[in-house]
Design a protein around this ligand. Structure first.
Ligand code: JFZ
Length: 546
């Protein structure tokens, strides 16, 4: 019997910690290739995929287990770091693609208890610490890819055939299914099961694992089991969907530097400011943020990461009410910030503080109270002017990263319709009827417009129905970060009979949002060029002047 409320805590939580930890933390990103001429070549770019990317034979890779002894591992410290960051749940790699189990498994002795000098079960200790500090615990399990057991996917890419070739059915029956049962029975309440890379997963194989999870009605699973099983949430990786994921629960997973597993050479750390604003952007679109740490082989979360997480937590200590338990931005896009809602409160997260001390919020409701979360005792003057509420705020921004203004209002948000409401479009070519140009108006993320298959460019003309003031555009695109796609775009408006350029640029294939000097027009033209594929667009949104 589906449990409709199982997602409630998860939706309220908004922010979790992802932990990629395994014996791949021993090489810490470095692999030395011995070359025939006695020379050698060093690669320091690796992480949790080192065994695959460096085609390390199984027997050689297993030696990392003999050197894995994380004596500085302290489960309570990890859980308290998550707590200090304001993260409400933890998802840790119980088994990643290398097939090594980070828990005491009766199913395979290729695990941390039996195959390393550590002789402890870190998942047992983490489960206890999570219960003690009220943090939900979830397990990442690589159900398909397993480079350490015969039959693990991807069969056709095995580089150590003698040790890896075998039946995937047998692998699922003898390794994956029994281990998933162990994880869901030996560690108390498991809140989330995070599958990954469903290579070669057929509906039959997926059913073998899905049937186990069905015995746990409160267990949340993601969309990466395969075999057509959608799970409870979408998992955009390393990017924030431009328009969120209307109609689905979704969770952005992201690294703090450029690696999931520990890489001692990667110090391209994102700042707490950047990460706080990503958390706000994600929450303003109704999503969750699963932010990763990659502990060392000693069992230490890199201090720079702990500090950055602490700074995020310090911001949430003051502004958590504007993130936890909120829903998506009720009104139009705001270029100078973002918005979340909780009932009759709307939280305006201001990134760019107004020099003139005036904030114009695009909704026309009666505001009963306006104040800053930083100083809830001081009421701020407001005035409704047409379709906006103007709030007079202090000259100095209370917070350098994001200052939260709270507006308590009456009624349902009374906002102007989207500029694309009632708009029509025509395109120079379409792939087929299911990828017609009208898909650009669909909010369903899987819908997309595509130009005809032999086209590398397309022109889309928009008729807004009447002259409207336009000052921004959002282009949602269907690709993922690692696909490194890009599209050149030029946006123009019709002035009399002449097309005049508004802006142009290049996207990164995962979406592009840009504000520009406002124009009032009924006709817009978007020219898209794509060097590798027919141009595509999931969605197009236009924004009013702020
Ligand atoms: C996967 C893992 O391979 C990676 O190691 C990490 O655990 C991340 C969270 O998830 O990364 C992916 C997942 C999917 C694709 C590529 C990388 N994909 O769909 O191409």
């Amino acid at each position: 019997m589906p449990n409709d409320h199982k997602m409630d805590w998860w939706k309220d939580a908004r922010f979790g910690m992802f932990i990629h930890w395994g014996i791949y933390s021993v090489p810490a990103g470095k692999y030395v290739f011995n070359l025939p001429n006695g020379q050698y070549k060093e690669d320091i770019t690796q992480g949790e995929w080192i065994m695959n990317r460096c085609k390390i034979p199984v027997a050689e890779y297993r030696k990392y287990a003999e050197r894995f002894n994380p004596i500085k591992f302290n489960a309570e410290e990890w859980v308290l770091s998550a707590k200090a960051a304001g993260q409400k749940y933890i998802v840790i790699t119980a088994k990643h693609h290398d097939g090594f189990a980070m828990f005491k498994s009766e199913t395979s002795n290729y695990n941390i208890y039996d195959a390393t000098p550590f002789k402890r079960d870190p998942l047992k200790e983490l489960a206890e610490a999570c219960r003690k500090y009220g943090i939900k615990l979830g397990f990442y399990y690589s159900q398909a890819q397993d480079w350490g057991h015969k039959g693990g996917a991807p069969n056709k890419y095995h580089w150590d055939k003698a040790a890896q070739d075998g039946s995937m059915d047998a692998y699922i029956d003898s390794i994956a299914a029994p281990q998933v049962k162990e994880l869901l029975t030996n560690y108390g309440d498991v809140a989330v099961l995070w599958w990954d890379t469903p290579k070669d997963m057929t509906p039959t194989l997926a059913q073998k694992l899905d049937s186990i999870t069905k015995l746990h009605p409160y267990l949340i699973t993601n969309n990466r089991l395969g075999g057509g099983i959608r799970g409870d949430l979408e998992t955009p990786e390393q990017y924030i969907p431009a328009a969120g994921y209307p109609g689905r629960n979704w969770e952005v997973c992201m690294t703090v530097n450029d690696h999931w597993g520990y890489n001692a050479y990667d110090d391209n750390w994102k700042s707490s400011k950047e990460l706080i604003r990503k958390l706000i952007d994600i929450a303003s679109k109704g999503g969750n943020f699963l932010l990763n740490v990659g502990p060392t082989a000693e069992g230490i979360i890199p201090p720079v990461c702990v500090n950055t997480l602490k700074e995020i937590g310090d911001w949430l200590k003051i502004n958590g009410e504007a993130i936890y338990g909120t829903t998506a931005n009720p009104f139009d896009y705001i270029s100078w910030g973002r918005a979340t809602r909780k009932g009759q409160k709307v939280f305006i997260h201001v990134f760019d503080w107004p020099k003139n001390g005036k904030l114009n919020v695009p909704f026309a409701n009666t505001v009963t109270k306006a104040y800053l979360l930083e100083d809830t005792a001081t009421m701020l003057p407001t005035k409704t002017i047409g379709t906006k509420v103007m709030v007079t705020v202090p000259k100095i921004a209370p917070d350098k990263v994001a200052s939260v203004l709270v507006l308590e209002f009456k009624g349902e948000p009374n906002i102007l319709p989207k500029l694309t409401e009632g708009a029509t479009a025509k395109a120079s070519s379409e792939l087929d009827t299911t990828h017609g140009v009208n898909k650009i108006f669909s909010t369903y993320p899987k819908d997309f417009y595509s130009a005809a298959k032999d086209q590398k460019e397309t022109t889309i003309e928009l008729n807004l129905g009447k002259p409207l003031a336009v000052a921004g555009i959002m282009l949602a695109e269907p690709w993922r970060t690692w696909e490194n796609k890009k599209q050149q775009f030029t946006l123009s408006y019709k002035d009399g009979n002449e097309w005049k350029k508004i802006t142009d640029g290049t996207t990164n294939g995962t979406g592009h949002t840009e504000m520009f000097k406002e124009v009032t027009t009924q006709w817009l033209r978007l020219q898209l060029t794509n060097d590798t594929d027919p141009p595509r667009l999931n969605q197009l949104l236009l924004y009013r002047p702020d």
